[in-house]
Design a protein around this ligand. Structure first.
Ligand code: UT7
Length: 329
């Protein structure tokens, strides 16, 4: 097992105050029910950003909480790595908006786009920057306003997603705590199973795009489900092997929160009982790159994760992308 070189020394999260229950979709004229959504996904509600909220404002709230807990001032941060699939603008990055908002005056800032795996990709990039000596203090963020990019007329997608942000401060580890192993992978041949067909440079926004609604998220749910279980299972295996551990050695698993059935299948494969798996998809829905840091923050602040515990993070998302880390807290 390698000696940890980087550790998460503070974690924070933010969810918009507005909560939308499953029952509200029916009042919008959508043919769906609380029963269908809960049975197929485990979701009962999601948080929805208000008109004054942006990724930048949500990410700033989560980051301030993480930095406070880490005892780090914004001016000390060397790099901001921000994961999002729903950036505030296409140019420049949401990371630079966050850098300005926080007053992180000496920080380099850039976005990482690996959809729901972005936060884990960001942690792995951050660890590499610390290992190489390029940075000492890094802020890694996952933030999403997915309710702004889903098609509210498409019941097969809009019921699944929610808004929010999570953040972690990474520092060089000096006490045996931190990242023990990591794994990341992608398969772009499967991109069109979960994507936004238009609105980018290949298919710029025009009247036709507006009419056919092809700038919204499209997903073949059943196919994505199968790949999610397979890839998250592989990711769990690879991070465990990298840390020379088995499922039984894991104290808490923090999976990407897309669907409780995907989480259960991944945990079963990894040999981790559900009482060691942190689940909050019921309250937040799928918040993509924000889902793991939000769950991580809740697991820490509720006392589910305590010092000395070994934690497995696993995620899967559009791309497809998948990733995992084992961390000693
Ligand atoms: O963040 C990572 C990426 N995303 C995911 O991991 C999501 C992965 N996929 C899933 O979680 C599941 O596939 C869904 C929850 C999206 C769908 O569950 P499913 O059990 O795979 O259902 P399905 O897509 O096969 O649809 C079953 C039926 C269909 O009707 P027919 O064709 O059987 O008559 C759908 O039209 O359910 C219908 N349906 C709905 N009914 C009521 C689809 N959406 C809804 C809805 N309410 N909201």
């Amino acid at each position: 097992m390698k000696r940890p070189i980087a550790h998460l020394v503070g974690v924070g999260m933010y969810a918009p105050p507005r909560v939308m229950t499953n029952d509200e979709f029916a009042t919008m004229g959508l043919e769906t029910t609380d029963e269908w959504i809960y049975k197929r996904t485990g979701i009962t509600q999601r948080h929805v950003a208000g008109p004054q909220e942006t990724n930048c404002s949500m990410a700033a709230a989560a980051s301030r909480m993480a930095m406070k807990r880490a005892g780090v001032a914004a001016a000390e941060v060397d790099v901001i790595v921000l994961g999002t699939a729903s950036p505030d603008r296409l140019l420049p990055s949401t990371a630079v908006d966050l850098q300005a908002e926080l007053g992180a005056s000496k920080a380099a800032a850039f976005d990482v786009m690996a959809a729901c795996s972005s936060f884990l990709y960001g942690l792995i990039v951050a660890e590499g920057l610390i290992v190489s000596g390029n940075a000492d203090i890094i802020l890694v963020v996952g933030t999403e306003m997915l309710t702004s990019i889903v098609d509210w007329q498409d019941r097969s997608t809009c019921v699944l997603f929610g808004d929010g942000a999570g953040a972690a401060v990474l520092k060089r580890s000096s006490n045996g705590k931190g990242i023990l192993s990591s794994f990341m992978r992608s398969d772009g041949k499967l991109a069109e199973l979960l994507y936004r067909p238009s609105g980018g440079a290949a298919h710029p926004f025009d009247a036709k795009v507006l009419q056919d609604r092809s700038f919204y998220v499209k997903m073949q749910g059943r196919e994505v489900f199968k790949h999610a279980v397979r890839s998250m299972s592989e990711a769990a295996d690879r991070a465990l092997a990298g840390a020379q551990l088995r499922g039984a050695d894991i104290d808490v698993m923090i999976p990407h929160q897309a669907n409780v059935r995907i989480i259960e299948a991944t945990a079963r494969h990894a040999g981790i009982p559900m009482d060691k798996v942190f689940v909050n998809v019921d309250r937040y829905g799928n918040t993509s790159s924000a889902s793991v840091p939000i769950a991580l923050e809740e697991a820490i602040s509720s006392g589910r994760i305590t010092e000395g515990m070994t934690v497995l993070l696993v995620a899967f998302g559009a791309g497809f992308t998948w990733a995992s880390l084992v961390i000693r807290f």
